[in-house]
Design a protein. Structure first.
Length: 351
């Protein structure tokens, strides 16, 4: 009985399983077999029996196909890339004759014109940006004649006049040098005869420099080199009367009134020449070292004045050109002028 029950139980289990499948099939639709699947299920297709022709899968039901429109149960026709390209071409042709819309020059949020003042000062060599901000806080900077006390002001380095402590700042790409010219060097940037000239001292510069005025070949001392044309022109123009100072070695004895004679004027072949200042710097026996200051720039002017007074010059050195002094600069050395020196030069000629 027990064994019979076991075998019957095994059989009943299988049978129960089949009955369960049938009951589940009655509660929900059974997943159709592949051969029973109906593909023709597009709009207007009947659910009774298969239909011939391309079905919903071809119209868009399949993955990757064009989407169907859900409005009013109608499907939107698919547009090919060629169709879209032709439509775009027609639109371009339609609006080709119209003028382009001119955009405004500035937009909200666009970067403002000009550069920040502290950045311009830092580039000109007045220290770090923080140091330049302190110059502004101390009311030492002015732009176009107005003292600046607020940070962030934007300026145009090419147009605006910027000064620090009353001295003009060279904000553009200008260069200023002082050369202690040795004796025997020609005061030209090039020499067709192959003699040593000023250009030999600045051959490695990226920009072209030119000399401010001249010195005699045998005269030593300060000569300025720059690429600032207007400054060079004014420094040599008689209107601005920039003073130059010379040390001359002469043989005496010299009369006490020599200085007065030079200041009153010495008659030369091209007119009177007057000194602005004269003094004896050193005397060793009959050898005198005298200092002569004048604002004229005629050729050989100092040598001719002293020679006409009866004291030919053995050696001549220019020790100052305006505010630029020779100091301890060695013969043949070239040095870049400081910002303060450049500002003093510009102030000398109202720049």
């Amino acid at each position: 009985m027990r064994s019979s029950g076991n075998s019957g139980g095994r059989g009943n289990y299988r049978g129960a399983g089949n009955d369960r499948d049938q009951k589940q099939g009655q509660g929900r639709p059974r997943k159709p077999r592949p051969e029973e699947r109906r593909y023709d299920v597009g709009p207007g297709a009947s659910q009774d029996g298969p239909k011939s022709g391309r079905g919903g899968a071809a119209r868009g039901g399949a993955k990757g196909g064009p989407k169907q429109s859900q409005q009013r149960g109608r499907s939107a026709p698919a547009r090919s890339r060629e169709y879209e390209a032709r439509a775009e071409e027609r639109n371009r042709e339609r609006y080709a004759g119209r003028k382009d819309v001119k955009l405004p020059e500035t937009f909200p949020g666009a970067e403002q014109e000009g550069e920040r003042l502290q950045k311009v000062l830092a580039r000109a060599g007045y220290g770090s940006r923080r140091a330049c901000e302190e110059l502004i806080d101390q009311a030492r900077v002015e732009v176009n004649g107005q003292i600046v006390t607020e940070q962030g002001l934007r300026v145009d380095p090419e147009k605006d006049e910027i000064k620090v402590d009353g001295l003009t700042v060279a904000t553009q790409s200008y260069q200023f040098f002082s050369l202690n010219k040795p004796a025997g060097v020609v005061s030209t940037m090039e020499d067709p005869e192959g003699r040593q000239c000023l250009g030999d001292y600045v051959t490695n510069r990226e920009t072209r420099l030119f000399h401010v005025g001249r010195l005699d070949t045998e005269t030593e001392g300060v000569i300025l080199l720059t690429n600032h044309g207007e400054l060079a022109h004014r420094l040599t123009h008689p209107k601005y009367g920039v003073k130059k100072t010379y040390l001359a070695h002469i043989v005496g004895p010299i009369p006490r009134d020599l200085g007065k004679r030079l200041k009153d004027g010495i008659q030369l072949e091209d007119g009177y020449a007057r000194a602005d200042h004269f003094r004896v710097v050193e005397q060793t026996g009959k050898n005198y070292l005298v200092e002569v200051t004048l604002h004229e720039g005629r050729k050989h002017i100092v040598r001719r004045m002293l020679a006409e007074a009866g004291f030919p010059v053995d050696k001549l050195v220019r020790t100052a050109f305006g505010p630029i002094t020779l100091g301890d600069q060695k013969s043949g050395w070239l040095r870049r002028l400081s910002n303060t020196e450049v500002g003093m030069l510009m102030k000398e000629v109202d720049l």
